[in-house]
Design a protein around this ligand. Structure first.
Ligand SMILES: CCCCCCCCCC/C=C\CC(=O)SCCNC(=O)CCNC(=O)[C@H](O)C(C)(C)COP(=O)(O)OP(=O)(O)OC[C@H]1O[C@@H](n2cnc3c(N)ncnc32)[C@H](O)[C@@H]1OP(=O)(O)O
Length: 390
């Protein structure tokens, strides 16, 4: 059995009976024979768990399995940038000199506690029925003069993958030329967006970390440039909490409507990162330098009402009537003459376009450096190992 990440934030159990290493038990001891059977049964049970027990538990299972089968951690510590293996190594190493027998017992106890809290599926349940596929991460629709770009990864709180940045750019480019009057960005499920998908940092190409940071800088700059240049009214329909880049770019939207359930959080310092989306310029301008610093430096999370009082949000609606009220309002606005709207938007934006592009280029370049820093690496590794939640 081995525990693997199928993406960096998600452990999955890969199991093949033929891959089980010898347990290294001494024959003849009845206690140990019982222990070995219990352990083997527990190992088999893990793959039948219906509910994902979460990364923390899976990490514990991994560490106990290694300790039970190989003894104390005996392999060199992986490099700091090798997030997955370092996290696994840390967990195994933390078990110190725990005996194989004690590790087996703890493993069995842990699996037994999971089995009682989660029903196993019947063996004939097809895998596809256990977890429905998530479908398209971005859904674009056009109706009633409104093009809607919907972030659609609700199980990941609509975190933005690199593919989604590319897809949003393409959707905005298409929307700028289509028949619609207004373009809307919104989210599916309980979140608006949890910001940049932190597993984006783990998809290393042959060029290594430097290359990843370089391509991240280009992607970020292109994404934000596209928002700066977007020629039609751009509206954010913030249907729930918003984090990171999904908050900073709000300063580039024309109108921001939020449910009263929404919160606005930019935890850049916690992540060893720095502001993007032109927020280093737009936030002080919108809310004053000291309020902006509270958000961008110290990561103060705002309620929807607070964000509205600071001018980041246009209007807050009760959650119960949010969708109905907002879409009725937008439908009415979409009947306005499209050319007048375009021209008015463009004359407003024109005053600052050059400045915004310069700010974007600088923020993206600073972030490239940040991504290579120990502070950032450690924060991401910490999130991925679920030691910290923001
Ligand atoms: C160098 C390459 C980069 C390329 C991209 C370039 C452009 C990007 C530039 C922008 C850079 C940074 C700006 C930012 O956006 S910084 C902010 C990043 N976001 C976060 O730090 C939020 C992290 N998430 C959380 O703190 C919590 O998940 C939550 C949002 C508070 C929700 O908590 P919850 O308890 O209600 O739900 P939870 O169980 O944690 O989440 C459900 C599953 O969703 C996964 N998930 C949520 N958010 C993210 C995320 N941002 N990245 C990756 N995965 C996320 C979470 O891991 C859970 O998954 P699973 O069920 O455990 O598998």
């Amino acid at each position: 059995m081995s525990l693997v990440y199928d993406s960096l934030a998600r452990w999955s159990v890969a199991w093949s009976p033929t891959q089980v290493p010898a347990l290294g038990l001494h024959a003849g001891s009845p206690t140990m024979r019982t222990s070995q059977k219990d352990f083997n049964d527990a190992v088999s049970q893990v793959k039948l768990l219906k509910e994902d027990p979460g990364n923390e538990v899976k990490l514990k299972l991994y560490a106990l399995y290694k300790q039970a089968t190989e003894g104390p951690c005996n392999v060199p510590k992986p490099g700091m940038l090798d997030f997955i293996n370092k996290t696994k190594w840390d967990a195994w190493n933390a078990l110190g000199s725990l005996s194989k027998e004690a590790a087996r017992q703890k493993y069995v106890d842990l699996v037994s506690s999971l089995s009682t809290s989660s029903k196993s599926p019947s063996p004939e349940t097809p895998a596809a029925d256990r977890k429905p596929p998530e479908g398209n991460s971005l859904v674009v629709t056009s109706e009633d003069g409104i093009t809607t770009i919907r972030l659609n990864r609700p199980t990941k709180k609509n975190a933005l993958t690199t593919q989604m940045y590319h897809d949003i750019i393409a959707a905005l480019q298409a929307a700028s030329k289509d028949e619609s009057t207004i373009t809307v960005l919104t989210g599916s499920g309980d979140y608006y967006c949890s910001g940049n998908d932190l597993t984006n940092f783990t998809h290393l190409s042959a060029g290594g970390l430097e290359e990843m940071a370089r391509s991240g800088e280009v992607l970020l700059r292109d994404f934000v440039d596209c928002l700066i240049d977007f020629p039609k009214p751009l509206v954010a329909v913030v249907n729930g909490p918003a984090v990171g880049i999904s908050v900073t770019i709000l300063g580039l939207f024309d109108v921001v409507y939020a449910t009263d359930r929404a919160t606005f959080h930019t935890p850049f310092s916690h992540l060893g990162q720095s502001p993007e989306g032109c927020s280093s310029y737009t936030f002080p301008k919108i809310m004053g330098s000291s309020k902006a610093a509270e958000m961008l430096l110290f990561g103060k999370k705002l309620t929807a009402q607070e964000a509205c009082a600071r001018g980041l949000v246009t209007e807050v609606f009760p959650d119960g009537t949010f969708q109905k009220e907002v879409w009725a309002r937008l439908k009415a606005y979409s009947k306005l003459p499209p050319n007048a709207l375009r021209i008015s938007k463009q004359i407003i934006r024109k005053q600052e376009k050059e400045k915004l592009h310069a700010v974007n280029a600088e923020e993206s370049s600073v972030l490239r450096e940040r991504w290579l820093s120990d502070e950032c690496m450690n924060a991401i590794a910490s999130f991925l190992s679920r030691k910290a939640k923001l």
